[in-house]
Design a binder for this molecule. Structure first.
Ligand SMILES: *[C@@H]1O[C@H](CO)[C@@H](O)[C@H](O)[C@H]1NC(C)=O
Ligand SMILES: *[C@@H]1O[C@H](CO)[C@@H](O)[C@H](O)[C@H]1NC(C)=O
Ligand SMILES: *[C@@H]1O[C@H](CO)[C@@H](O)[C@H](O)[C@H]1NC(C)=O
Ligand SMILES: *[C@@H]1O[C@H](CO)[C@@H](O)[C@H](O)[C@H]1NC(C)=O
Ligand SMILES: *[C@@H]1O[C@H](CO)[C@@H](O)[C@H](O)[C@H]1NC(C)=O
Ligand SMILES: *[C@@H]1O[C@H](CO)[C@@H](O)[C@H](O)[C@H]1NC(C)=O
Length: 927
């Protein structure tokens, strides 16, 4: 029999509650018994007591016997006394019985009270659940309304538009026309649709030679170019669909096998017949890109080869251009390819620290004459040299190194150079000097040139050694890829007439700026200049960037499940101990973070940052930590989709807070990413604790052991999907695999034995949403200067008031960093992680601090995070710490500096420890 009664909860909302009545009946009955029994007993007993008391008393004193006994005989009296005694006995035993019953009843009452207490708790629990459900339903309704109201459906991209034909023959433009080529007049945009993906075709360098007899393209370049392009995702083998066609024409080297060569062609030149005969030239060379990369020969030949040649509508890519030949916005200036084909280049670089080096400024070079003609110097040139020589003798503490005549001859320089400062010495001798120079002086070439290979080569060497380039005559020249790279952040450009102010200017630059510029040198050098691979990727990316075609999406790692298709893992529902009596937010079905929304606007709005700061201009990512926020009024006026403002915008304390995400970003969820190795029960317990966690999208477990999970394992059913992913090999680097089943921007990286409460997790999530580019988490650590050796760092996990790392054993971070971990970090760092089976979390802290120049964010008072009583993980012993000291020092060496920054700040929820009125709730009960 169920009865429904109206029940009022705290918020004054009514709700139905069954079976409550039965309970209250029991209570009333018990109360009745409780109250009536003692009353009744007392009355009865006191009656008897009175009777019995009077009788026994009387038996002792005959004289005072009441009248009714006076007439009795002794035997009668005895009988009646005995009778009375008997009655007394039976009453006493009855009393005992009753006392016993009373005790029993009391016990029963107590047990009832206990179950009342329990039921009350159960009630509260159900109440919380009900609240949770209600919030969830409300959220689902909002989501549904949003879906219905949505008048801008997610754009389906148009079909990839790709040309089906090679170019048709067109009338050959006159030489004059090709001289004034610009993108709008000479480039065929119809072959490069926005959605084409920018396919690039390469003419096989061995098959198509377009140099005149006796000359050949450098063999090293030919092979590495092919190899490097093979790694570039834009390369296509189908000339029909290509947007641009690459032709490798240099660097030209004399072909020693050709016997007659020396007679005919003293200089390399292009066979224009061969050029026009290129298979897809189409009459005028539209969308062709002629690559003239210099590698060994850095001298400037008098006269430009292309000047006498008709290159049609082709784009020319090289390091040397005269003002006359360079077509701004059309031709592309590149650096010479002086580095290795690809791979790690950090060993080439010098340490960035200390900011001040032995020499303030250095220069090594020798003016060569053209064909033994006497060197012509303008008055200004003479004055400049004079002034620099004087600097060497100034009495300041600043040291200079200027060498205007080579002490070490350089064999590389022929004597055919145009009037320019040839390099002195060898690569390594120059490197040794640059490593000791804070600034490196570079002279702009003869004013006829806008760029020369020599200038760009000097730039390359200065960047590599972290000597900040100071370009005298910098207003005359253009550096490589200047349409995308902000060179003013890297080098100092000075008009030549400022020579007298040079020393003053350099002295005003504080250490901070020297190091900022040096860091920028390193960034530009590593990303765009250092190797053949980076040069080619950059050339292609700049051309693509011109057309505003987005890059191709970044590669993800395919997540292959450890379970085969036929196998169904066992799921069990367990009551997670992590579940709390606090309503923390709605339980919603998985909701992927929106992705690739800025394909075409990112390059426009954040192009500079993409190339010069945090970005990766070579690949497109689903979302970036630096994606911009809307102004706070926009989400109420016009752009509110996805936002869940607190109290619908009115705000509110704990209750409203727990119902909506609020903040500056639209609603989202997070993914728990776990790395595990052969600790199945620990893992299962950890997963079970996530049951009922609001905003949880899914759990991804990276199974780092070759031994697959046993088929009998009972996986906890936590209400969110659990993916168990097979790792190719056992490596701690797998913790940061950019798996394709990570569908949210927010990743909660946790150790398999991490023990976090739900409120802690959700608070961390909310804080991360405000620091999307940082690591936000619980266990703080720092790097301490070793005051004994004075030259290295120590890893420190002691309690401290300053920290510089937050361990990824329990931290939120943006999915983007998983890509960068595999793409940006030098392989040497991942190798070190594998060697020690340690330090992957330190590496991630280095990476994020390097990119953001910000410390991590520590949340809540939690300092440790492992569960007590769990089997020890491989960490806490001494070698573990020794390795971590070594890691910090090694990583600093690879980065060239220590990117970690200190912080003395920790995030707690706003009303934590605030006195608030009784009718208000805190944001979280405990944190
Ligand atoms: C943006 O790029 C991604 C990756 O190439 C693609 O999946 C998505 O459909 C694109 N979106 C639009 C609107 O073009
Ligand atoms: C120029 O190229 C054409 C076609 O490939 C070839 O027949 C001719 O011999 C070349 N001329 C010279 C001077 O190398
Ligand atoms: C040209 O090559 C021949 C041998 O093939 C050689 O004898 C001659 O000296 C060379 N001429 C020049 C100018 O280098
Ligand atoms: C290539 O560049 C060099 C300078 O780096 C220049 O001398 C030469 O004329 C250019 N062209 C060819 C076809 O080598
Ligand atoms: C799938 O996996 C289960 C358990 O791991 C195994 O018993 C079964 O043979 C597998 N099936 C196939 C088709 O591989
Ligand atoms: C950290 O604490 C340990 C043990 O308490 C101690 O041996 C060590 O010297 C401390 N390290 C620093 C840098 O204070």
């Amino acid at each position: 029999m169920f009865k429904y009664t109206q029940y009022n909860d705290k918020r004054g909302e009514t709700c139905q509650w069954p079976s409550h009545m039965r309970l209250s009946r029991i209570v009333i009955m018990v109360l009745v018994i409780l109250i009536l029994t003692p009353l009744f007993t007392h009355f009865y007993l006191s009656n008897i007591e009175r009777n019995v008391g009077s009788i026994t008393h009387d038996s002792h004193s005959h004289a005072d016997l009441p009248d009714e006994f006076n007439g009795m005989s002794d035997s009668d009296l005895r009988v009646s006394v005995e009778e009375l005694l008997r009655i007394k006995g039976s009453v006493l035993s009855e009393l005992r019985d009753m006392e016993f019953k009373r005790q029993k009843l009391l016990a029963e009452i107590q047990s009832y009270m206990k179950s009342i207490e329990e039921l009350k708790q159960e009630l509260a629990h159900q109440q919380t659940n009900l609240n949770k459900l209600k919030i969830s339903v409300e959220q689902a309704q909002v989501a549904q309304r949003e879906a219905l109201e949505q008048n801008t459906p997610d754009l389906a991209p148009p079909k990839r538009l790709i040309p089906q034909e090679v170019m048709e023959e067109l009338k050959v433009p006159s030489k004059k026309q090709s001289r004034i080529c610009r993108m709008f007049s000479c480039f065929d945009h119809s072959r490069c649709s926005l959605t084409s993906g920018f396919p690039v075709y390469l003419y096989e360098p061995d098959k198509f030679t377009i140099l005149h007899k006796g000359w050949d393209v450098d063999g090293f370049l030919k092979t590495t170019l092919k190899q490097a392009l093979g790694y570039n995702p834009h390369l296509t083998n189908d000339p029909k669909e290509a947007c641009i066609y690459l032709v490798l024409i240099g660097e030209a080297l004399r072909n020693m096998e050709d016997v007659n060569s020396n007679l005919t062609n003293q200089f390399p030149s292009i066979n224009s017949t061969a050029l026009r005969k290129l298979k897809y030239w189409g009459g005028d060379g539209r969308n062709h890109v002629l690559l003239n990369l210099s590698r060994r020969d850095l001298t400037v030949k008098t006269g430009d080869i292309f000047q006498t040649l008709d290159t049609g509508r082709a784009i020319i890519v090289q390091s040397t251009f005269t003002y006359e030949s360079y077509r701004p916005g059309f031709d592309l200036i590149v650096t010479p390819v002086l580095g290795p084909p690809g791979g790690d280049v950090w060993q080439e670089c010098s340490s960035m620290i200390p900011a001040r080096r032995k020499y303030l400024l250095s220069f090594q070079g020798e003016m060569k004459s053209v064909n033994n003609e006497p060197i012509k110097r303008s008055e200004l040139d003479a004055f400049i040299l004079e002034h620099l020589r004087k600097l060497l003798q100034t009495g300041t503490s600043d040291k200079f190194l200027f060498e205007f005549e080579c002490s070490l001859a350089n064999d590389d320089n022929g004597n055919m150079g145009a009037q320019d400062w040839a390099l002195c010495g060898t690569d390594s001798s120059r490197k040794a000097i640059l490593k000791e120079s804070t600034f490196a002086l570079i002279f702009a070439p003869n004013s006829e040139f806008i760029s020369t290979s020599l200038l760009q080569a000097r730039l390359y060497e200065a960047l590599r050694s972290g000597a900040v380039p100071v370009i005298l005559g910098g207003d005359q020249i253009r550096l490589a890829y200047h349409e995308v790279i902000q060179w003013r952040r890297v080098a100092i450009f000075l008009p030549r007439t400022r020579i007298t102010e040079l020393h003053f200017l350099l002295r005003t630059i504080p250490d901070e700026d020297v190091l900022l510029m040096r860091r920028q040198c390193r960034l530009v050098w590593e990303k765009y200049v250092a190797s053949v691979q980076s040069t080619l990727d950059t050339v292609i990316a700049v051309l693509r960037d011109r057309l505003n075609i987005p890059p191709l999406p970044a590669d993800t790692v395919t997540a292959s499940s450890v379970f085969n298709e036929t196998f169904q893992p066992l799921y069990v529902t367990t009551m997670g101990e992590g579940e709390q009596e606090e309503s923390l937010g709605p339980i919603e079905p998985p909701y992927d973070s929106p992705s690739y929304r800025r394909n075409f606007s990112l390059i426009l709005t954040q192009g500079h940052e993409l190339w010069n700061d945090w970005g990766d201009p070579f690949r497109l990512y689903p979302a970036l930590p630096s994606d911009p926020w809307l102004p706070s009024d926009a989400k109420f006026l016009g752009s509110g989709r996805g936002f869940r403002p607190i109290g619908q915008g009115q705000g509110g304390a704990g209750k409203e807070f727990s119902e909506a995400l609020g903040g500056n970003s639209p609603r989202e969820q997070f993914t728990v990413l776990l790395l595990t190795y052969e600790r199945e029960q620990v893992l299962l317990d950890s997963i079970a604790r996530l049951r009922g966690l609001p905003y949880l999208h899914s759990v991804v477990v990276v199974w780092n052991s070759p031994r697959l999970p046993s088929a009998e394992l009972k996986w906890p059913d936590i209400g969110a999907p659990v993916h168990v992913v097979n790792a190719a090999r056992n490596s701690l680097n797998n913790r940061f695999l950019p798996l394709d089943n990570l569908k949210t921007e927010a990743i909660l990286s946790v150790d398999d034995d991490a023990h976090l409460r739900h409120d802690e997790i959700l608070f961390g999530f909310r804080v991360w949403r405000e620091h999307r580019d940082r690591i936000v988490g619980f266990p703080g650590r720092y790097h301490a200067w070793d005051i004994n050796t004075q030259n290295s760092w120590l890893y420190n996990s002691n309690y401290s008031c300053e920290l510089s790392m937050v361990l990824t054993g329990a931290a939120f971070l943006h999915r983007h960093y998983l890509h960068l971990y595999w793409k940006w970090l030098p392989q040497a760092i991942r190798d070190k992680v594998d060697e020690y089976m340690n330090c992957e979390d330190i590496a991630m802290n280095f990476l994020v601090s390097h990119i953001t120049r910000q410390p991590p964010v520590k949340v809540t008072s939690r300092w440790t995070f492992r569960c007590l009583g769990c089997p020890q993980s491989l960490s806490e012993d001494d070698t573990h710490f020794q390795e971590r000291h070594k890691c910090i020092n090694f990583f600093s060496q690879v980065f060239g500096y220590t990117p970690l920054l200190n912080t003395q700040y920790r995030a707690d929820s706003i009303l934590f420890k605030t006195r608030i009125p009784h009718d208000k709730q805190k944001c979280f009960k405990f944190i």
